[in-house]
Every structure is written in structure tokens, then in C-alpha cells.
Write a protein that binds this ligand. Structure first.
Ligand code: AMP
Length: 217
């Protein structure tokens, strides 16, 4: 199964992808996660991407397309789920071209739909542990002690791109550059819209309803 999960930043794509991976055995390819690990490793790619990421802007298409195509080429037979890619119409076109060259296509596109206010609350309230990567929320998923990681006692931090200014910018970028991807795919493929305003469990139920049908086919 080759799949794309579309949706605004903060719509819960990462959480849902982990659950989809656990249920259907696909490879999770998150452009954001790959970029963050490149930055942490101090690679040239990571250095080039850093300033765009910190301001809430998109990393240039050429860099992202090359990076993601090379990951897709390494994906196992069972397939993959793309998370955070494509994020522009140009990236979608390049992805299609590259898959077509290997006689492949995307089997399903899910689109997590969520309102901006909920995204802003989710993202600005998010805190993470710089040591183990655990993620918390100041209202919805509190650590046992305020500001401290349950796993290792490290002080929690706010990711620079979760600050209010950057979140506002990321939402603007999403509406201007990523929303048109839905239209682009909608012209010749079915997109399944999923209401992502509910809890993570509610959203998973909606997603599995769609995917179970496809997995059995
Ligand atoms: P994410 O964790 O998916 O929200 O991505 C974090 C940041 O990485 C984004 O705000 C962008 O700066 C960059 N990024 C991730 N995926 C892409 C993409 N497909 N195209 C351009 N920039 C991306």
C-alpha cells in the first residue's frame, strides 16, 4: 500500500502515521522527521533546511523532492506512508513523475481536516523532551511534574517552530502552498477527507474504517 497523509501542521499526522504503521506494516516517511534528524546530525542538507524550518517557511522543493524520492526508493515491498510530503503542487507533480518511472502509483490519499484554532492550541501547547523525544501538552497531556520529562527528569522545551509567531506563519504557508495540493490530486484521484478535530482515538477509528476496506481488497 502506497499512501499519502495530507493535513495542516498539527493535525495529528505524526500520531496517526505511527498507528497506521503499527496496523498495516508500512514504512513511515516523515519529511519533517527526516529533516530534523539531518539537522541533528549536522549534515549539509540539515544546515540548508534549518533557517526555513525555524521561520515556518517551506524548505525549497528541489531539496525536499530529492530527499524524499531517495527515501521512497529504499522503502520495503509492503509500501510506505508519506507524512508532510508533498507540501506543494510542484512536489506532488515531481512525486507522480518519479513513481510513474518505476510503474508505481499512490493507492490512497487521506486528508486530515482540522480548524486553525485547534491547530494553534495544539501546537503552541506542545512541549518535548530534548533527551528522549517524548512529547507532552500543557493542557491535554501533562507530565507528572510541570515542565519535567516523566522518563528522564530532563526540562521540557518548546520546539522553536511551535511558538505562536511561527505557528501563525506555518498555517499561512499551509493555506497558500499546501491546500492547492488537495485540488491537484482531487482532479484525478479520490481523496478521503477525515474529520481531525476530535481525539486521536476518534480520528484513528475514522482512518481505519477507510484503510481496512482497502487492505482487504
Ligand atoms: P513538519 O514536522 O512536517 O511540520 O515539518 C517541519 C518543517 O520542515 C516545516 O515547517 C518545513 O519548514 C519543513 N518541511 C517538512 N516537510 C516539508 C516539505 N514537504 N516541503 C518543504 N518543507 C518541508
Amino acid at each position: 500500500m502506497r499512501m499519502i497523509l495530507l493535513g495542516a501542521p498539527g493535525a495529528g499526522k505524526g500520531t496517526q502515521c505511527k498507528r497506521i504503521v503499527a496496523r498495516y506494516g508500512l514504512q513511515h516517511l516523515s519529511s519533517g522527521d527526516i529533516l530534523r534528524s539531518q539537522r541533528a546530525a549536522g549534515t549539509e542538507l540539515g544546515k540548508k533546511a534549518g533557517s526555513f524550518m525555524d521561520s515556518g517557511a517551506l524548505v525549497p522543493d528541489k531539496i525536499i523532492v530529492e530527499m524524499m524520492i531517495s527515501e521512497i526508493e529504499k522503502a520495503p515491498e509492503a509500501g510506505f506512508i508519506l507524512d508532510g510530503f508533498p507540501r506543494t503542487v510542484n512536489q506532488a507533480i515531481e512525486l507522480d513523475k518519479s513513481l510513474a518511472q518505476c510503474g508505481q502509483d499512490i493507492d490512497i490519499i487521506l486528508n486530515l481536516q482540522i480548524n486553525d484554532q485547534i491547530v494553534a492550541e495544539r501546537m503552541t501547547g506542545r512541549r518535548s523532551c530534548p533527551k528522549c523525544g517524548a512529547v507532552y501538552h500543557i493542557k491535554n497531556l501533562k507530565p507528572k511534574v510541570d515542565g519535567i520529562c516523566d522518563n528522564d527528569g530532563t526540562s521540557l522545551i518548546q520546539r522553536p517552530d511551535d511558538s505562536l509567531d511561527v505557528v501563525t506563519n506555518r498555517l499561512k504557508t499551509y493555506h497558500q502552498q499546501t491546500k492547492p495540493v488537495e485540488q491537484c490530486y482531487g482532479n484525478n484521484r479520490a481523496i478521503y477527507n477525515i474529520d481531525a478535530n476530535g481525539s486521536a482515538d476518534e480520528v484513528s477509528t475514522l482512518i481505519f474504517e477507510q484503510l481496512d476496506v482497502l487492505a482487504k481488497a
